[in-house]
Design a protein around this ligand. Structure first.
Ligand SMILES: Cc1cc2nc3c(=O)[nH]c(=O)nc-3n(C[C@H](O)[C@H](O)[C@H](O)COP(=O)(O)OP(=O)(O)OC[C@H]3O[C@@H](n4cnc5c(N)ncnc54)[C@H](O)[C@@H]3O)c2cc1C
Length: 543
């Protein structure tokens, strides 16, 4: 094996690795990032996949989590100097029901209060109260999502909460965290339009509206949208990837793409390096694996001496619903029927409302193609017009309620055969969705230049961590979330092997572009190195 040239080797180049590597490189650590695909970024993939001049986010698109992250707070100046520019909008999200009723959430609190009050007397006041109650403890809510919970920092957060809220207050806070979206929405707001506006956001946390914690997650997202809008990098997510990679390179770090790591090398319970699938080995005592637990324990550490709990965590880690993406390139801007604001809104959800989301989630979880899916209509040009030639249109469509292996169609129209996501199946399902959108966007089909559909199988092919097309790399049900992610038997980011750290969407704080797990581990490694340097300095001094 070659001599150790790198302090830390990352497996995979998703946002968590890129942010973690950038923080470490900036802190003087020599880092290497190994990526099996021929591009960096994992689920951030910007490409002209329909027509030249139409810049699509093939997978992830919206960056509120990154812009609100600890990594961005730390790296923003350098990222901007390297060409990253965030654009934003005052109209981040809206809802459109089948009967043409619509509702919007803006970035101005007073406008939101007015908007919701107009939907049902009292709903505006309820929103005002929601934000007023949320804000004084926002540091605790966001803290849960940015802290290593099984650690001194996690204990510190709990102590802070106890000191501030007292025993009863803490119990109440915890209870409010557990509430489902259905219970929170129906207890708080009267209008079914308000429910329709907020309920679909639960899908973006990997949950359904009846799941524990989904009410808390909906509140966090709704408040975050009001505060932060729907930022995207000008020119696409690739600009963030390039800028983070620039920080790594400037700090002496390196990237190798087309490098599938097949094993983490271990001696005496400690990491000694990694081996790529071409047989080459790279020596290092710190490996940060941005993979699923299935891959970590079932492949990369298959040859290591592991406790049964680790093997079991790898075997029992559950994946969530599958997802599909549809990309439209249009010869003109989509012209929406109804409220003028629809065409300027970054993310519009088409659904009958809370019950519509609930029904589609339930159908997907029972293996069915939903009869009336929640259609997430992303309009990147509403925020960044530079992504298409003047006057043209782009739609980014996301369908988050799909089975990984369909056993039937809730509408009784599509033959799902043996459950495989064939090209025929994805195109037929995309036809149903296209017809739904066309009911509200009458020029969709006449303006259509090209449609590209990615099935759950295509999505996994693009990023091996998205198992079965689960875009969140593992079910976010409570027993695999927060304190218990990735698995109750093995939570957090350390592993039974010394020097091997586990990051990525499968680990706390879960999926999204917040770079939380990469940041938590980078900070821990920077502290560890500081402690080691201090000790060696002391040793020299004493010697
Ligand atoms: C379709 C889609 C839409 C989304 N939309 C949004 C959005 O708008 N906003 C948002 O905040 N989040 C969104 N998400 C979620 C978010 O993108 C992901 O949770 C996040 O990007 C995951 O980052 P990660 O660091 O876990 O790694 P990933 O992005 O999953 O990257 C992991 C990388 O590791 C590589 N890898 C795995 N194993 C190996 C190996 N053995 N050797 C070498 N390389 C390996 C993979 O090839 C991959 O490139 C979306 C996700 C998808 C798929």
């Amino acid at each position: 094996m070659s001599a150790e040239r790198y302090d830390v080797v990352f497996i995979g180049s998703g946002i968590n690795s890129l942010a973690g590597a950038a923080l470490l490189a900036r802190g003087g650590r020599r880092v290497l990032v190994l990526e099996r695909e021929n591009r960096l970024g994992g689920a951030i993939w910007t490409a002209e996949i329909t027509q030249p001049g139409f810049v699509h986010e093939v997978l992830a698109s919206w960056h509120p989590l990154f812009v609100g992250s600890a990594a961005y707070a730390e790296l923003a100046d350098e990222l901007h100097a390297l060409g990253l520019e965030y654009l934003n909008t005052e109209l981040p999200t809206g809802w459109l029901g089948p009967d043409g009723r619509a509702a919007f959430l803006t970035t101005t609190h007073e406008r939101n209060v007015e908007e919701l009050e107009a939907l049902a007397p009292g709903d505006g006041a309820a929103w005002d109260a929601t934000v007023a109650q949320f804000m004084p403890n926002a540091d605790l809510s966001f803290g849960v999502l940015t802290t290593e919970l099984w650690s001194r920092a996690g204990a510190g957060l709990a102590t802070k909460a106890y000191r501030r809220l007292g025993r009863r207050g803490l119990v109440e806070f915890g209870g409010n965290v557990l509430v489902s979206a259905r219970d929170w929405l129906t207890e708080t707001f009267d209008s079914s339009s308000t429910h329709g506006l907020l309920a679909p956001w639960v899908l973006h946390t990997g949950l359904g509206p009846e799941a524990a914690v989904s009410g808390f997650m909906t509140q966090v997202i709704a408040v975050a949208i009001e505060l932060g809008g729907m930022p995207v990098p000008k020119g696409g997510g690739v600009k963030l990837v390039d800028a983070l990679a620039g920080i790594v390179r400037a700090g002496g770090g390196a990237f190798e793409t087309g490098r599938d790591v097949e094993a983490i090398l271990v001696e005496n319970g400690k990491a000694t390096g990694v081996r790529a699938d071409d047989g080459e080995t790279i020596a290092t005592s710190r490996v940060v694996a941005n993979v699923t637990p299935t891959q970590l324990y079932g492949r990369l550490l298959a040859g290591a001496d592991l406790p049964e709990a680790a093997r079991e965590a790898g075997r029992r880690f559950r994946y969530g619903r599958a997802e599909m993406q549809i990309h439209f390139a249009l010869d003109e801007a989509p012209s929406w029927d109804g409220d003028d604001r629809l065409g300027q809104t970054a993310v519009v959800h088409l659904t009958p409302g809370l019950d519509g989301v609930s029904r589609a989630v339930n159908e997907a979880e029972r293996g069915l193609l939903p009869a009336e899916a929640t259609v997430v209509v992303g309009q990147p040009l509403a925020v960044d017009p530079s992504r298409a030639p003047d006057g043209k249109g782009i739609l980014w469509i996301q369908l988050q309620e799909l089975p990984r292996r369909p056993t039937g169609d809730a509408a009784g129209e599509i033959d799902t055969r043996d459950g495989a996501w064939t090209d025929e199946l994805k195109e037929r399902y995309a036809d149903r969705i296209q017809a739904r959108i066309a009911r509200h966007v009458p020029n969709l089909e006449s303006a259509l230049l090209k449609r590209v559909v990615l099935s759950p199988t295509d999505i996994e092919r693009a990023d091996v961590n998205l198992v079965g097309g689960d875009i969140y790399s593992g079910s976010c049900a409570l027993d695999q979330n927060l304190l218990w992610r990735p698995r109750p038997s093995l939570p957090g980011h350390t592993t039974p092997i010394r020097g091997v750290y586990h990051i990525g969407a499968s680990t706390h704080p879960g999926p999204g572009l917040g770079a939380g797990s990469g940041t938590i581990v980078a900070q821990a490694l920077l502290r560890e190195n500081r402690a080691r340097l201090a000790l060696s300095g002391l040793g020299r001094h004493l010697g």
